[in-house]
Design a protein around this ligand. Structure first.
Ligand SMILES: [Zn+2]
Length: 366
């Protein structure tokens, strides 16, 4: 028999054996579902062979057990842990007193392991309830969230992807499109949780932005593409291969196809073309060029966190209805994101409004 008093033995090895006997079953049982939710999308975690959990969860369980043990040993050796207001934790004091009492020498740790795990019976000894709170529940607090975050960081993903998307400088162009931003945050969150259809836009989000089902899924595709172009590393770590399951948008418009395939240089070439050489009569061309420039400048302003109303500018300067104006702005936002906000902004500042076209000013053959 390993007496409960062994938990307070001066020899760590003797103490750990008793601690393991008493606490491990309860800790495993209590950690089981949080781990399944964090790592296995809520399905049971299974060892590749035999009983127990998968290798990753076993490692986490070992860590939790060692941390709980270390915390107990510190409390036994020195000052008790304190509450936020500086009071010693009462349950820990009670537990320490019991482990050092003569009664604990006659108690079999194995006999208390079951009651510790199944929990909360009337008339159970106070020390056992204190042990459950301090050695099982306390070490497992916020376990699901902690594991999820640690796993993401280990994969190279962002610890706080939503904060990055809302605040990071590199993500500024993505914030031009409020619906797309909401969708990206949702997608990243769902990929992390292992949700089955991470890119399906839920109705409440769709309705909040006034989108049809078809529009919503197209916009989700646009947003993911924009993210991949703005920050391929973030995309790889947070969306990864799942992103290839997004149905490619049918790019009937050849210009859109160029944009879809755009890397940085392709995006820059497309923006230059838009700003330099709009089609049509010379007077209209000049108007369209300066119109595009104004829209790109407004997109850059919003992307850089300043005020700007690119959709209104597009409607006014290019004579577009609100919906095509919105489509144009979203496409431009993707291009600006890929080309770089700074680069695009410099270009709009540099190009003289209505200046002569660069290639000889000859009207294009139609
Ligand atoms: Zn597992």
């Amino acid at each position: 028999m390993r007496p409960v008093a062994h938990l307070a033995d001066r020899d760590d090895a003797i103490a750990f054996a008793a601690f393991h006997t008493l606490v491990a079953p309860a800790l495993r049982a209590a950690a089981r579902w949080p781990l399944c939710r964090a790592r296995h999308a809520g399905s049971p975690c299974r060892a590749p062979a035999g009983t127990g959990a998968c290798a990753e969860c076993e490692a986490t369980l070992d860590d939790l057990l060692f941390d709980a043990f270390a915390r107990l040993r510190t409390a036994l050796a020195g000052p008790l842990p304190a509450t936020r207001s500086g009071e010693p934790v009462r349950e820990m004091a009670l537990l320490r007193e019991h482990l050092m009492s003569p009664r604990a020498r006659d108690e079999d740790a194995a006999a208390f392991a079951g009651p510790l795990a199944t929990g909360g019976r009337d008339g159970e000894p106070a020390w056992l309830r204190a042990a459950r709170a301090q050695l099982v529940h306390y070490p497992l607090r916020h376990l699901e969230e902690r594991v999820r975050r640690a796993d993401a960081v280990r994969r190279g993903a962002s610890a706080r992807p939503d904060r990055d998307l809302r605040q990071a400088v590199w993500a500024a162009p993505l914030r031009v499109d409020a619906a797309g931003l909401d969708m990206l945050i949702l997608a990243v969150f769902r990929v992390r949780r292992g949700v089955a259809e991470p890119f399906e836009v839920p109705d409440d989000l769709r309705e909040r932005h006034g989108l049809t089902r078809a529009d919503a899924s197209r916009r989700m595709g646009d947003a993911l593409r924009a993210l991949r172009e703005v920050n391929p590393a973030f995309y790889a770590a947070n969306i990864g291969e799942l992103g290839s399951a997004v149905p490619a948008v049918a790019a009937a418009d050849p210009q859109e196809r160029v944009e879809t395939a755009a890397g940085r240089s392709a995006a820059r070439a497309t923006i230059r073309r838009l700003l330099d050489a709009a089609e049509g009569e010379p007077a209209r061309r000049a108007a369209r060029r300066s119109g595009y420039r104004a829209v790109v400048a407004a997109v850059c302003a919003v992307g850089a966190g300043r005020r700007g109303a690119p959709i209104a500018v597009a409607a006014e300067r290019l004579g577009l209805a609100p919906e095509p104006a919105g489509r144009l702005v979203r496409r431009l936002a993707i291009l600006v994101a890929a080309a770089g906000v700074d680069w695009s902004e410099q270009l709009t500042a540099k190009s003289p409004t209505g200046g002569p076209p660069r290639r000889g000013g000859r009207r294009r053959a139609r």
